[in-house]
Ligand binder design. Sequence first.
Ligand SMILES: C[S@@+](CC[C@H](N)C(=O)[O-])C[C@H]1O[C@@H](n2cnc3c(N)ncnc32)[C@H](O)[C@@H]1O
Length: 308
Amino acid sequence: MRALLTSKVARRALRPIAELIDQRVERQVRRVLGESARADVSQQELKKLRNRQRPLELFFDGTGRGASRLPSAPHLTRTITELAEATGRDRDAAERNVAQAFRLLIAMEALGVGRIAGGTMNIVGKLSAVPLLDPPNDEILEIGTLYGMFGAALIRMMERAGRAPSLTIVDPLAGTQLQPGTTMGNDASGTPVNGAAVRTNLALVGAAGAAARIQQGFSEDPEVRALVSDRSYGVIIVDGDHSAAGVAADLEWAEQIVAPGGVVVLDDFGHPKWPGIKEAFEKHMAGNTRFTFLGQVAHSGYLRAASA
Ligand SMILES: C[S@@+](CC[C@H](N)C(=O)[O-])C[C@H]1O[C@@H](n2cnc3c(N)ncnc32)[C@H](O)[C@@H]1O
């Protein structure tokens, strides 16, 4: 049989079939090689794209500020919904403010010193909500400012709404962030918490920033209170001592100095890391108060003082 297959006649007869098989094998090999070459090329492309993407990510990721500034689309949608509900404004207005506040946050952290504290949607929510709530006057008190960058950004958002904000800040400006009962490590930004940093950030927003009052000290200190209680505030941001006792004291003070119809923002409201804030709020609201709860956007609660 073997002799038959290897005979000259048989080889000549089988040549077309062998050639056909050769051609098929060759095509198959070329296809496989082509695929792996293509796979090599797409791996290289992917690597190149990743390398190009990294510097773009630096505009938004958490490096140097602790929190990423790249919210997901569902997070943005939820913030817009909560904002429209808490402020009673239409969705278009809420969406416009969220977009403008988001761009502002990225710009402020890119240009300023330090950072704004907290999650992206919480910051964007506060910057958006305050002008939408149309406070009864332009006096703003921020209790706990850290680097002054949020206060500066709020000035810009108020000006965008045609307002003429006048900001007062109370903070110990103690070199680092102070929180009773909590050890705060070195700040992710690497910048010391001091008056110079606050001034630099306020200067970024022009005349109203430069004119801001900075009262160094603790909000429960009677001397500090006396110096700052010289006016009625249209907006009070409670973002200093996050303990239940600290927030209770700030709410009690806010009752006295908020203007009729004024807005109080309770930062980190419902945040699992700071249970004292909701605890103090619930106790406060169970007592005799001028405040009505308007709603919550991300991790901030909004209250409105009764009109006169
Ligand atoms: C969470 S940070 C404020 C963040 C800032 N509002 C922002 O949005 O970027 C809290 C600040 O309050 C300060 N602080 C702590 N206890 C305070 C108190 N009793 N009175 C005023 N500020 C206080 C801290 O040192 C810190 O600078």
